[in-house]
Design a protein around this ligand. Structure first.
Ligand SMILES: Nc1ncnc2c1ncn2[C@@H]1O[C@H](COP(=O)(O)OP(=O)(O)O)[C@@H](O)[C@H]1O
Ligand SMILES: [Mg+2]
Length: 368
């Protein structure tokens, strides 16, 4: 698109109603500190924990620390399409304040109602450009069950699992438990559509399965129960290509020094800085790294992703490669794995943010 004579105006959309609100704020601070202000104008729209849209000052300080929140008392705003077919940010609550045109949205939201196609649907309805995957890829990528359905169909390797829909759980609890008990233990019980390891329980004894499913229900009425594997955790950063072919950074590894019964849970992800380190490129036999990179690009394409994604793998002790999950809006703090892997590939955080925005600006609106 053309923004004749002026810099494109980028609206960061941050916070949100999911459990990853503060992580989103942290990512936003990283983007604000690094976005190229010579090329772009920046606005920040916050979604409060209760779902209200507000205008947030474009200041990273207030968003850092890992416990930051979008201020609930900031002025209310909303995006509308004006008579000239441009999308504008305007005040709500009868103020009629006009904060100007928005050329492209950078939704830095993680989890449900941010990464799952819902807000992407709103952008589609408005006809505003935005960074990242569209409605279908976002929704399928958020749902760990649907991700596996699509990947299996594309011939990509995924682990064994049982999807526990709310209807099945209500209708036939005993049957569901029996199906899950047929999987090899330990089991990993997860909300189908959460992130940051929220609501995940490792179950060694099937007697604890029902309680673990109930714990996952705190986050999502739909649950997935997976066969546990003993594996290294390999992550791959994918960026949409300019030539239609996804770009893949050298594969990375989350190297963990954990007790045998622990896993990469919320605490470990965000607070155990000593026990976890990122290694990119990962130390893997070349053919294994190449296969994982190929699977990552194939995963991106199978789900019809756009913009960016991080594809996470298990490389099991028996040498098997499994796709674990995809994140269509991966953590993007300057310390996160996604930008780190691109840095190792020679693309700085600032260049990465520029590239993501330019990809979105170059993409047409409407069905693609
Ligand atoms: N099937 C599994 N086998 C072994 N470990 C698992 C399995 N599934 C999840 N885990 C552990 O739990 C962590 C979080 O699970 P994941 O599916 O990545 O959910 P999230 O979307 O919350 O990151 C993984 O990084 C891994 O440490
Ligand atoms: Mg994960």
């Amino acid at each position: 698109m053309k923004t004749t004579g002026r810099k494109p105006r980028v609206a960061l959309l941050i916070g949100g109603v999911s459990g990853e609100h503060s992580i989103s704020c942290l990512t936003a601070a990283g983007v604000l500190r690094n976005i190229d202000l010579e090329r772009f104008d920046v606005l920040v729209i916050g979604i409060t924990r209760s779902g209200h849209w507000v205008l947030v000052p474009a200041e990273p300080e207030a968003l850092e620390g890992g416990h930051a929140e979008v201020p609930a008392d900031a002025p209310g705003v909303t995006l509308v399409k004006d008579g000239a077919n441009e999308v504008r940010l305007i005040g709500t609550n009868g103020t009629h304040a006009d904060f100007g045109v928005v050329d492209v949205v950078l939704p830095l939201l993680h989890g449900p109602f941010g990464e799952d196609g819902t807000v992407q649907g709103m952008f589609e309805m408005l006809g505003v450009r935005y960074v990242g995957s569209g409605v279908l890829a976002s929704a399928a990528g958020m749902d760990k069950h649907m991700t596996k359905v699509v990947l299996q169909q594309a011939g990509l390797p995924v682990g064994n699992y049982v999807a526990v829909t709310p209807a099945a759980w209500q209708r036939d609890r005993e049957g569901v438990l029996a199906q899950c008990a047929a999987l090899a233990s330990p089991l990993f019980v997860k909300p189908a559509r959460a992130g940051s390891s929220l609501g995940i329980t490792k179950v060694d004894d099937v007697a604890e399965l029902a309680a673990a499913i109930q714990a996952a229900h705190e986050h999502d009425p739909k649950v997935i129960v997976e066969e546990g594997v003993t594996a290294r955790e390999i992550e791959v950063a994918v960026l949409a290509g300019r030539d239609g072919r996804p770009r893949v950074a050298p594969v990375g590894e989350v190297v963990m020094d954990l007790a045998p019964d622990e896993f990469y849970d919320w605490e470990t992800k965000y607070f155990s800085h000593d026990a976890v380190s990122m290694q990119a490129p990962a130390q893997l036999p070349e053919d294994v790294a190449q296969r994982i990179a190929d699977y990552a690009a194939a995963t991106f394409e199978a789900l019809e992703c756009e913009g960016l994604a991080r594809v996470d793998f298990f490389y099991t002790d028996s040498g098997e490669i499994l796709v674990n999950e995809i994140n269509t809006m991966p953590g993007m703090t300057p310390y996160s794995m996604y930008p780190y892997m691109w840095q190792q590939a020679g693309l700085s955080y600032r260049e990465l943010v520029t590239e993501l925005i330019e990809l979105a600006l170059a993409r047409p609106v409407g069905l693609r």
